[in-house]
Ligand binder design. Structure first.
Ligand code: SF4
Length: 307
């Protein structure tokens, strides 16, 4: 199988991701990986043990109002329920981030019920993710929020942490977003969502207000400057898998990006795993995800991982 061999955080050994995911997880790990996130009683900052992060991620919710310009069929955010906070309070967020970093680095996180039996390796902080219940680049105080996170890091009260911006790429051409990205170090990362090769399929899965061509051009512009990880979730919709022709088109889009000079160190392929707000959406079998990964690898030669 041509899928990249990766170091799996549970075993510490090189394993092929599809094999790992077919094995039943110990109950303690079901807690760790099955729990979407733990808010720690915070308003904006949470922790999650994430396979794609390869361990512990501190998340900063830049969209407490749940605002997004996509309406993904698999989105976990229930927009029928009122938001707990209407706007991001940057000072409160920065305080919560410091407290959460302290919780993690002091080892007190392990004292919380759901983390007591999680392997130590999974509780090592991998990054601080700028993410949210919507699209983070649409956060009205995006600049102030990123500045605050950079400031917490610059004070060096804690060991250096990597920042990861997780985005649907639609706001990457905003001048203020570009300006903040210039403050990212080479260790920081940007993970962009690309889940379709055609506008028709994107309209079905992401239901966006921004066209696919803009997403592609934004990814290309940024990935010519710095490496960009591509995240691609393929759901089962009404029991139907993504059509093979769509996967071919998706792989071709990635090849076009690569040929045009985009630096893509990794394509992450996965499916909907947590409960979604839409009942028509389900988890794609592992063999199907592996097939998609093989197509991408064969067409593009890019490193691919399946989760
Ligand atoms: S881009 Fe993210 S937050 Fe927005 S609808 Fe899609 S999954 Fe939900």
């Amino acid at each position: 199988m041509s899928i990249q061999q990766v170091e799996h955080p549970l075993s510490g050994s090189a394993v092929e991701e599809p094999t790992v995911l077919t094995e039943p997880a110990p109950r303690s790990l079901v807690t760790a990986f099955g729990c979407p996130r733990n808010s720690l009683q915070n308003r904006f900052v949470y922790v999650v043990v994430s396979p794609r992060a390869r361990g512990l991620s501190i998340g900063v919710n830049l969209n407490p109002d749940k605002y997004c310009n996509f309406d993904c069929v698999y989105c976990e955010v229930n927009r029928q329920e009122p938001a707990r906070s209407r706007a991001l309070d940057v000072n409160v967020m920065a305080d919560e981030l410091r407290q959460t970093l302290d919780l993690v680095y002091s080892g007190k996180l392990r004292g919380l019920d759901s983390y007591g039996s999680v392997p130590q390796e999974l509780l090592r902080l991998r990054h601080v993710a700028l993410s949210g219940d919507g699209e983070p680049t649409l956060c009205p105080n995006f600049t102030e929020a990123v500045q605050a996170v950079l400031h917490v890091r610059a004070l060096a009260s804690f060991p250096f942490f990597k920042i990861v911006l997780i985005t649907n790429a639609t706001g990457l051409d905003f001048p203020h977003v570009q300006q903040m990205l210039h403050h990212f170090t080479r260790q920081d990362e940007i993970w962009v969502k690309l889940e379709a090769g055609t506008q028709a399929y994107m309209d079905k899965v992401n239901r966006p207000t921004v066209p696919l061509e803009k997403v592609i051009s934004n990814i290309l512009a940024l990935a010519r400057e710095r490496p960009v990880t591509v995240q691609s979730l393929f759901p089962l919709i009404d029991g139907e898998e993504p059509p093979p022709g769509e996967i071919d088109q998706f792989a071709q889009r990635l090849l076009d990006l690569k040929t045009a000079g985009a630096q893509i160190p990794l394509v992450q392929i996965y499916s909907a795993t947590r409960p979604t707000a839409h009942s028509e959406c389900g988890h794609l079998p592992l063999r199907s995800l592996s097939r998609i990964a093989q197509t991408v690898k064969k067409v593009t030669g890019l490193p691919v991982e399946v989760f």
